[in-house]
Design a protein around this ligand. Structure first.
Ligand SMILES: CCCCCCCCCC/C=C\CCCCCCC/C=C/C(=O)SCCNC(=O)CCNC(=O)[C@H](O)C(C)(C)COP(=O)(O)OP(=O)(O)OC[C@H]1O[C@@H](n2cnc3c(N)ncnc32)[C@H](O)[C@@H]1OP(=O)(O)O
Ligand SMILES: Cc1cc2nc3c(=O)[nH]c(=O)nc-3n(C[C@H](O)[C@H](O)[C@H](O)COP(=O)(O)OP(=O)(O)OC[C@H]3O[C@@H](n4cnc5c(N)ncnc54)[C@H](O)[C@@H]3O)c2cc1C
Length: 670
């Protein structure tokens, strides 16, 4: 036991940088670090937030436990008079999916984004004080991605000055909204607005669905839970629901009227605000999900890295620091490094691009408030594309981390199966990842077509202004070290991205209609979108390194991580880089050489790099990822805690095992 604990201490002693300074970089600022650290410890030390029994709870127990925790969170927020920032961290570290995620993450933002000032003054205080609990009811049984295809209707009745909300078909039943099944009292419902016999398309409406007195559904409302979801624990603590309306009436002023409104006379009036602002809550949450992807991936990487340093298999016996013969730490296998270290680098890359995206979103909101809508298309493309890229990579990465831990990774107590089950739907919710990449490609094709009109591309597409150069430039790498030059890397990624986009744009002209072209070329368009989004992540990582980064050795570690992130992408997408002529086969081989050498450079720092995430053992929820590395005794202890081990002879022995054995024994004797 002693020896295992020593392993991580020894690993930590090898670090070549200041972990404390890196923690601040990871958190974003000293202030963010201090607040998050304080709240993480508060949660970890409070038995009310225990979560180690989730895997063995039944659905009903799990759901009730999530309700209890959500109520307890609210109580603590009020008792401690936490600020909004502290309250968000508290909800985050409690790490239990419940209705509050949708209430705070979607219901409140939808009101802020789509309601008029007057409507906000009425509804926000109610929501902020939890006098009502809200959900975001957009998706239907028949349509999720195709929002324009939603079928729920909101028909204006001029006589009573009301909207009649109705579900005309089975497929129009709302399906999936979190917190809807059993908890929410109100919902922002997306429905087709019909007035004067004309259909004006999908709009948002605030609808009360349950009584505030006895929690029963209001007349005309049918509501329930959609059933168990993938994995034990995970999303099963939340009541994703279905909802049907039978001519439910709401006052006219419960239509969210920032984008457009209906007058007392039933006239539909558009404002000067673009209609896409109706989708504003999705832009907001997609940006948060990018931050969440870096958290989910870094959690998995932290577990896999610590365990890989503790775990030993085979090898020429080495001598440990006490001169004893020991097997090889699995982290020293080059295959383990080539699977794990790029994931560690990706966690950092996603953290920084998430930070930038938060800035972009804040900037967008400021501009929108000043009636400047110019950056909305780019913000939509960036949030959609980066949400897609980072969640797909994080979900795959978590699965890889579980395999990196061998058999023990499959144990619930490793924390990895539940982390995977809880995160993988992020590839679907807030927009299916492929559908979102197609939105990015649409934006890219539009930008390319505008180049011909002389319109200067801005922001993340600014590189397209150099299309002539990027189409014909040749990568200058001659030796492996040349791949450490950020401008060489950047140009290779820009060349690959623009060449894929331009090829798509040229191919699109070969089809009878743009629609037909988009449909036929959609796999290529998705690849072009991925290349563009990867370029954004690469360029934001490089920009981060150009900032003033303090702390002993911190910048050097980040440079190594950045190199690994970029070179591994080249390695994985070699087909793109070679087929577009962005690099040559010889340069590809030099990139692989450099990548291998970066792994060796990073090796002694990896434990410290995952320590810099500053995750408590409570938050990690993993025996394999424990800070002290004391894995085996704790695994043994956990095994004993399983309910099957409550009795020596299992339930069912007398009914099913004993008779079977007896029968077989008798048969043998006959
Ligand atoms: C130390 C670090 C600390 C970090 C802390 C992190 C804390 C993390 C906490 C935990 C966070 C998260 C946990 C999450 C918990 C779980 C929540 C899950 C909740 C899930 C909710 C949902 O899923 S809600 C439903 C979402 N649904 C969708 O996303 C549907 C997807 N479909 C669409 O968006 C649209 O239908 C689609 C865009 C695909 C097509 O729409 P359509 O109207 O047909 O549009 P087009 O014709 O294609 O386009 C018209 C033009 O509009 C542009 N556009 C489209 N969408 C938008 C938009 N959103 N904004 C702006 N513009 C848009 C489009 O580009 C077109 O423009 P053009 O110029 O005409 O080309
Ligand atoms: C855990 C979870 C929580 C959720 N929470 C909410 C919530 O709170 N509120 C809410 O309103 N919704 C919620 N949703 C619903 C979610 O937003 C939708 O599931 C999502 O938008 C995808 O839509 P869909 O299910 O209709 O998939 P579909 O669009 O049916 O996708 C099926 C397949 O078709 C492909 N596809 C679809 N369209 C195209 C296209 N144009 N081109 C190429 N391929 C295409 C997709 O890539 C996918 O492979 C939640 C979903 C999950 C899983």
């Amino acid at each position: 036991m002693e020896r295992i604990m020593d392993h991580l201490a020894h690993e930590r002693s090898k670090a070549q940088f200041s972990v404390e300074e890196m923690k601040i970089i990871w958190a974003g600022s000293l202030h963010a670090f201090q607040v998050s650290d304080r709240i993480a410890r508060l949660v970890a030390s409070d038995p009310g937030f225990r979560k180690d029994n989730r895997a063995v709870l039944s659905r009903k127990e799990l759901f009730k436990s999530a309700l209890r925790k959500a109520a307890y969170v609210w109580k603590r927020i009020n008792e401690l008079a936490l600020s909004e920032e502290e309250a968000s961290w508290l909800r985050f570290y409690v790490d239990e999916l419940a209705y509050a995620y949708i209430h705070w993450g979607m219901f409140v933002p939808a009101i802020k984004g789509s309601a008029t000032e007057e409507q906000q003054q009425k509804w926000l205080p109610l929501a902020n004080n939890m006098q009502i609990i809200g959900t975001y009811a957009q998706t239907e049984l028949g349509h999720g991605s195709n929002v324009r295809g939603l079928e729920t209707t909101a028909t204006f009745d001029q006589e009573t000055d009301e909207f009649i909300i109705h579900s005309p078909t089975l497929t129009s039943s709302k399906w999936w909204p979190g917190g809807l099944g059993k908890v929410a009292t109100h919902a922002v419902v997306y429905a087709r607005l019909i007035t004067d016999g004309q259909d004006y398309g999908v709009h948002g409406f605030l609808v009360q669905i349950r009584s505030l007195d006895d929690h029963f559904p209001l007349p005309g409302v049918t509501v329930g839970d959609i059933g168990m979801k993938f994995g034990s624990g995970a999303f099963n603590s939340i009541d994703n629901g279905f909802l049907r309306f039978n001519h439910v009436r709401i006052p006219r002023n419960q239509m969210l009227m920032k984008v457009s409104r209906v007058t007392r006379q039933g006239k539909y009036v558009e404002s000067n605000v673009p209609k896409q602002l109706l989708y504003g809550a999705m832009v907001y949450v997609r940006q948060i999900i990018v931050a969440d992807a870096s958290i989910a991936l870094s959690r998995a990487v932290c577990i896999a890295t610590r365990y890989s340093a503790v775990r030993r298999q085979f090898g020429p016996p080495h001598e440990d620091e006490n001169g004893k013969g020991v097997e090889t730490q699995v982290i020293d296998y080059k295959t383990q490094q080539s699977r794990l270290f790029p994931l560690l680098a990706s966690a950092y890359a996603f953290r920084f691009v998430g930070e930038w995206l938060k800035w972009l979103y804040t900037d967008l909101i400021q501009k929108l408030e000043a009636n400047d809508f110019s950056t909305l298309p780019e913000a939509h493309a960036c949030t959609a594309g980066l949400k897609s890229l980072t969640t797909s990579a994080a979900a795959d990465g978590i699965k890889e981390c579980w395999k990196l831990c061998g058999g023990h990774g499959y144990l619930s107590s490793s924390g990895l199966p539940e982390l995977y089950a809880a995160f993988v739907p992020a590839c679907t919710y807030e927009g299916d990842n492929i559908v979102l990449l197609l939105q990015v490609s649409r934006f890219l094709m539009k930008t390319i077509s505008q180049l011909q009109t002389g319109k200067k591309p801005i922001g993340t597409t600014a590189y397209m202004a150099h299309v002539e150069h990027l189409i014909q430039c040749r990568c200058t790498v001659q030796k492996a070290e040349d791949w450490l030059n950020p401008s060489v890397i950047l140009e290779a990624f820009e060349a690959r991205a623009i060449r894929l986009s331009v090829a798509c744009a040229e191919n699109l002209t070969k089809f009878a209609t743009p629609l037909q072209g988009f449909s036929e070329l959609s796999p290529d368009l998705v690849e072009a979108a991925v290349a563009h989004c990867q370029l954004i992540v690469v360029s934001k990582f490089i920009e981060k390194l150009q900032q003033n980064i303090e702390g002993n050795g911190v910048k050097q570690q980040l440079e190594t991580l950045c190199n690994i992130y970029c070179l591994n992408l080249i390695h994985k997408h070699l087909g793109d880089f070679l087929s577009t002529g962005s690099i040559s086969p010889k340069q590809a081989s030099l990139a692989s050489d450099q990548l291998r050498s970066r792994y060796s450079k990073l090796r002694s720092n990896v434990i410290a790099l995952v320590d810099a995430f500053n995750y408590t053992d409570h938050f990690l929820g993993s025996v394999l990822g424990r800070y002290d590395g004391n894995v085996y005794p704790k695994l043994y202890e956990e095994a004993w805690k399983d309910p099957l081990n409550d009795s020596i002879v299992p339930d069912g022995y007398h009914e099913y095992i004993q008779p079977l054995l007896k029968q077989q024994l008798q048969n043998a004797r006959l």
